[in-house]
Design a protein. Structure first.
Length: 130
């Protein structure tokens, strides 16, 4: 991975962790457009998650879209196990499942709002902060 892509990836992860999900979506999508193969799928999965979490705030909340994007993102990331591109996913899938369960309750009307405190962070392997 080139330093340029690495710096852009670091920026995308920071945006995600700051809940700037529209900007994170744009950043991951731009990176995916430059990538190939497994890296492209991985980045598209992160872009889908970003789009899903953005739906918490978009137009006052769109639980149907959130569920769809998050499910798609989880499916795309599933083959990557503990991570890829130096991004740690160990335990991330379990936290995403909690978010998906919460989003489904929100969609059914069992929850008035989505509990944003359960949104997982992305971390780099080796504890390298994003």
């Amino acid at each position: 991975m080139s330093d340029h892509i690495s710096e852009d990836l670091r920026r995308a992860v920071k945006l995600f962790n700051r809940w700037q999900f529209q900007e994170a979506f744009d950043a991951f999508t731009a990176l995916a457009a430059e990538a190939e193969g497994r890296d492209q799928v991985f980045l598209e999965g992160l872009a889908n998650l970003s789009a899903g979490f953005h739906r918490i705030w978009h137009k006052g909340g769109e639980p149907n879209a959130m569920v769809a994007y998050c499910q798609r993102g989880m499916e795309m990331l599933a083959p990557f196990g503990k991570g890829s591109m130096n991004i740690q996913l160990d335990g991330f899938e379990e936290r995403l499942k909690l978010c998906l369960d919460e989003a489904m309750r929100w969609r059914r009307g069992d929850e008035e709002i989505f509990n944003r405190d359960i949104i997982p962070r992305l971390d780099f392997k080796g504890g390298d902060d994003a």
